[in-house]
Design a protein around this ligand. Structure first.
Ligand code: CAA
Length: 261
């Protein structure tokens, strides 16, 4: 499948790199780019059997500077609703895919870009990154999951401060409040993301995938249901070739060779 506004590379070690590729407009997400992302998450990613997916932006200035303001400006209210609905679907596909995802934030991650990073499992940011939700400056508010996903990460007060003011924060502040997990030198973002993906890729793939489901789905349930889900999934995991290999390799003092089965 060929794409114009995104690029995708699968490396030999089972790590995928997905890049949003509209650097002239700081990788703003117009309809065509969103559609390509939707196709990728729906039709490509599930068949790739990746051990980890890195999501980043092309160029060295931006991850994604948000929804495409020029395109939004000429939308009717009905068209805007379709755009929002579709973006929700795309981000949900990414969040729900069992493949672990890492946002390699290499500059501006604003509005829909910050929301994209939040739909990833783990966020690494360049020291030059700027993040935030400038939507209220445009007379709208974060509508691609931002009011909900960010609240689950930052809590109500910090979310409201960021959303109501529309102010950008730097990487240090993003790390301090838990919006990103790690800050790295600007030129090292991809190297560091690959190192993190490599460390995930060495582990039992089935265990990593099922743990993502337990964490994500469990966080939306009450504790007793979430614990039941955890027990069920870890027991399913136990009944796998990866579990046999993992425990056997430990006892034989060697590196495991997992198959993901
Ligand atoms: N949509 C469309 N074009 C964008 C864009 C966006 N979100 N962000 C940047 N661009 C374009 C600029 O218009 C400019 O294009 P031209 O060269 O044709 O003029 C180009 O990218 C470079 O941008 P700047 O010249 O503005 O670069 P800068 O370094 O001076 O500023 C910036 C960088 C602070 C990120 C600034 O571009 C900016 O404020 N961008 C808008 C960010 C924003 O408001 N994002 C939220 C969008 S709304 C949203 O995402 C909605 C949602 O949740 C549903």
């Amino acid at each position: 499948m060929s794409f114009e506004y995104i690029s995708y590379e699968k490396k030999e070690d089972g790590i995928g790199i997905l890049s949003i590729n509209r650097p002239k407009v700081l990788n703003a997400l117009n309809w065509d780019t969103l559609r390509e992302l939707g196709k990728f998450f729906e039709e490509v990613l599930p068949g790739e059997n990746l051990k980890a997916l890195i999501v980043t932006g092309a160029g060295d200035k931006a991850f994604v500077a948000g929804a495409d303001i020029a395109q939004m400006n000429s939308m009717s209210a009905r068209e805007f609703k379709e755009y929002v609905d579709y973006a929700h679907k795309v981000y949900q596909l990414l969040e729900d895919d069992p493949c672990p995802s890492i946002a390699a934030i290499n500059g501006y991650a604003l509005g829909g870009g910050c929301e994209l990073a939040l739909a990833c499992d783990i966020r690494i940011a360049s020291e030059k990154s700027k993040m935030g939700f400038p939507e209220v400056k445009l007379g709208i508010f974060p509508g691609w999951g931002g009011t909900q996903r960010i609240t689950r990460v930052l809590g109500l007060g910090k979310t409201k401060e960021l959303v109501f003011t529309g102010e950008m924060i730097d990487a240090e502040e993003a790390l301090r409040i838990g919006l990103v997990e790690k800050i790295v030198p600007h030129d090292d973002v991809m190297t560091e993301a690959l190192a993190l993906a490599g460390s995930i890729a060495k582990r039992g793939p089935l265990a990593v995938r099922l743990s993502k489901t337990a964490i994500n789905a469990g966080s939306e349930m009450d504790l007793q249901k979430a614990l039941l889900l955890e027990k069920t999934l870890v027991s399913l995991c136990f009944d796998s070739a990866d579990r046999v290999e993992g425990m056997q390799s430990f006892l034989e003092k060697r590196e495991p060779s997992f198959t993901g089965e």
